[in-house]
Design a protein around this ligand. Structure first.
Ligand code: SAM
Length: 232
């Protein structure tokens, strides 16, 4: 993590981001869990996630995706991204939801059960996924990579569990005014499309394509990138 430094006369001033530890972050999200889904919905993210899946479907980017898929949602939170996926893309998907926050996972389990989506939940760090190599048809992840001080490590681990040619769909916070305010509050970082593109390419993902969020508040905070693991 690079520090910003200024030399003023005989003084050197240095400013460096301090990321919360996994334990601190898990505690923060545990506290936020009860209201999380309601807030997401009020701010338009649940709607935006559905619209995004529609855009990806219409763009014909998920060719063999119909049913009986095994999908991993990294940093599932209360399952909003997964629920929208199941609703728009494939209702008979099996979702594996990974998160560091037990309270978020508890609500994800409730929501997925209510929606009859086959699933399992797993308390784990996305940088150390307890799954075999190449076991998922796809990985989806919304607003999680921003929390990693070393996002390249998270991406490497995600690519490891993807089958060859399978897609990773990532929603991230962008460095515009509202993204910066979110960053200030949650201690996360933001990604420009260029930064994300270079991280994803370095992790071995190809055919990257970017999608804006639908019109509304979410368009100001976030964008989506889809990339595919190379074939062997
Ligand atoms: C901004 S929330 C997004 C939740 C959900 N994807 C959504 O769109 O509502 C970030 C989530 O990532 C989880 N998280 C943060 N760091 C993580 C890590 N290293 N491994 C797994 N989950 C993590 C948090 O506990 C939280 O549930």
């Amino acid at each position: 993590m690079k520090a910003m430094e200024w030399t003023i006369g005989w003084w050197r001033v240095s400013l460096q981001r301090v990321y919360p530890t996994v334990a601190q972050l898990s505690q923060t999200y545990d506290k936020a869990a009860l209201q999380w889904h309601e807030h997401l919905s009020l701010l338009g993210y649940c709607h935006a996630y559905r619209q995004l899946w529609k855009s990806l479907k219409n763009a014909d980017l998920l060719p063999h995706w119909q049913d009986n898929l095994t999908i991993c949602d990294c940093g599932i939170g209360t399952a909003a991204f997964s629920l929208a996926f199941a609703q728009i893309i494939a209702p008979r998907t099996h979702i594996t939801g990974v998160d560091i926050s037990p309270q978020m996972l508890k609500i994800a389990h409730q929501k997925l059960s209510q929606a009859n989506v086959s699933h399992q939940i797993c308390q784990s760090d996305v940088r150390r996924l307890p799954f075999a190599d190449e076991c998922f048809d796809g990985v989806i992840s919304a607003h999680v990579l921003e929390h990693l001080p070393n996002p390249e490590q998270g991406l490497k681990e995600i690519v490891r569990v993807l089958r060859p040619e399978a897609p990773l769909i990532l929603a991230v916070t962008q460095p515009k005014l509202i993204g910066r305010l979110i960053q200030w509050h949650w201690g996360n970082r933001c990604f420009s499309p260029e930064e994300l593109s270079s991280l994803m390419s370095e992790a071995g993902l190809t055919n990257l394509q970017f999608f804006p969020f639908p019109i509304g508040l979410t368009r100001l905070t976030s964008f989506v990138c889809i990339g595919f693991k190379s074939s062997r």
